[in-house]
Design a protein around this ligand. Structure first.
Ligand SMILES: Nc1nc2c(c(=O)[nH]1)N[C@H]1C(S)=C(S)[C@@H](COP(=O)(O)OP(=O)(O)OC[C@H]3O[C@@H](n4cnc5c(N)ncnc54)[C@H](O)[C@@H]3O)O[C@H]1N2
Ligand code: MOO
Length: 375
């Protein structure tokens, strides 16, 4: 399958998971299934926009007291010719005509002397937002700003799609998850990468398990992983210790993607089990596995999370590299689009560059290419 075909297949493989009503403070990263609208006016009461004196009628004004933010306005009416010292955000009493900022007046013998200008410096109820105004549309991801805007507007709860849960199965007798590798061993790179891609795509990382190259252990782990998506690193090829693809076929999984015309990462695959759980197969070579996570896992999770499809940003890429006839080569690129060579193993070039470019076989130096951002 072509790389763009694989990306689109993963993106189209799933519908959003069901939505539920949830406190907005707990919904960060989830996608709104319905628009959030303002539920109460902002500000909720008339209040001072400046520190100074709130006045009624014509001056000079006799100072009758002070009102600070957080104090209720009460039912008192400010009589003409009187003033209260007032703080920004404090409720303005009925009868008030304007707030005179300190810098526009002076005080002599208990009287405020000055003149109200054209600006009244009073924020009226609903000036900023009135009930029904759109806070965030359906399809928007709940960010900290969306959550803050919803809370400001009185929307404590939102309808949001459930976040897809992801289990990571790290396979390989040689893989260790802690400390320095002994002879023949290699340190796991995938748990953190997959957790980060999951979080970025709106998913929930449910944890990682290290498995030996044993078909029974892998079968049991696949059967018991109760998450929407299972990511398996390694075991994707056809070696004596690579069992995943055979087990998925035995389990009557449907193959959506099985091999992609790209370098690196060609053994990557996406399958769906008969009960609807998805399995993403990442090749064990670290840079190849990262490419696969961005090619298959990220768009799949975006679809499950309810994110609207978006096209990949294009960037002008410069430099020279070997291309892949009949497929794409995926290379790290820096902020100015300069490419660096990367083999299937080392992650250092992707780490230094920050982005990847997807170069088709007819790409030429200085022409644009689709980009992926590394987590
Ligand atoms: N006869 C063939 N052999 C291979 C082919 C092929 O087409 N024909 N494809 C090669 C390519 S390309 C890749 S990529 C790998 C994919 O291998 P697997 O997904 O089966 O992974 P392993 O064999 O278990 O490991 C490959 C390599 O990666 C290291 N590894 C594995 N897991 C991790 C981890 N969690 N963290 C760090 N490194 C890991 C592992 O030690 C191996 O060095 O197959 C080629 N072979
Ligand atoms: O997926 Mo393999 O890297 O193409 O090394």
């Amino acid at each position: 399958m072509s790389w763009s075909g694989a990306y689109a297949t993963a993106r189209d493989a799933a519908k959003p998971l069901p939505a539920d009503v949830t406190p907005v403070v707990a919904a960060t990263g989830r996608v709104l299934a319905a628009a959030v609208r303002c539920e109460r006016p902002v500000p909720a009461f008339d209040n001072a926009a400046m520190d100074g004196y709130v006045i009624a009628g014509d001056g000079p004004w006799t100072i009758r007291g002070r009102i600070l933010a957080g104090e209720p306005a009460g039912g008192a009416v400010l009589a003409p010719g009187t003033a209260l010292e007032i703080a920004t955000g404090a409720p303005v009493p009925a009868g008030a005509g304007a707030v005179l900022p300190y810098e526009d007046c002076r005080v002599e013998g208990g009287l405020v002397i000055g003149a109200a200008g054209t600006r009244r410096h009073i924020r009226r109820t609903g000036d900023a937002l009135s009930p029904g105004v759109l806070i965030a549309p359906a399809g928007r991801t709940v960010t900290a700003t969306v959550a803050a805007a919803a809370l400001q507007a009185g929307a404590e709860h939102v309808l949001a799609y459930r976040a897809p849960a992801v289990t990571m199965l790290v396979t390989g007798d040689e893989v260790i998850t802690d400390g320095a590798p002994g002879p023949g061993q290699v340190r796991d790179v995938f748990t953190g990468l997959v957790a980060a891609v999951t979080a970025r795509a709106g998913g929930r990382f449910a944890g990682s398990r290290l498995l030996p190259d044993d078909p029974a252990a892998l079968t049991a782990a696949l059967e018991t992983a109760g998450t929407d998506v299972i990511v398996v690193s390694g075991s994707s090829s056809s070696g004596a210790a690579d069992h995943l693809h055979g087990l998925l076929t035995e389990a009557n999984a449907t193959w959506l993607v099985r091999g992609v015309a790209c370098r690196p990462g060609h053994p990557q695959a996406l399958a769906v089990l008969p009960d609807g759980r998805f399995v993403v197969s990442l090749p064990g070579n670290p840079y190849a596995g990262l490419v696969a996570a961005l090619t298959l896992l990220e768009p799949l999770l975006g679809a499950l999370a309810g994110r609207p499809a978006a096209s990949l940003p294009l960037m002008t890429v410069a430099g020279s590299t070997r291309l892949m006839p009949g497929g794409v080569r995926i290379v790290p690129i820096g902020p100015d689009g300069e490419l660096s060579a990367a083999g299937p193993v080392g992650l250092h070039a992707a780490a230094a560059a920050g982005m990847l470019a997807v170069l088709p076989d007819d790409w030429t130096d200085g022409s644009p290419a689709a980009t992926l951002t590394v987590p």
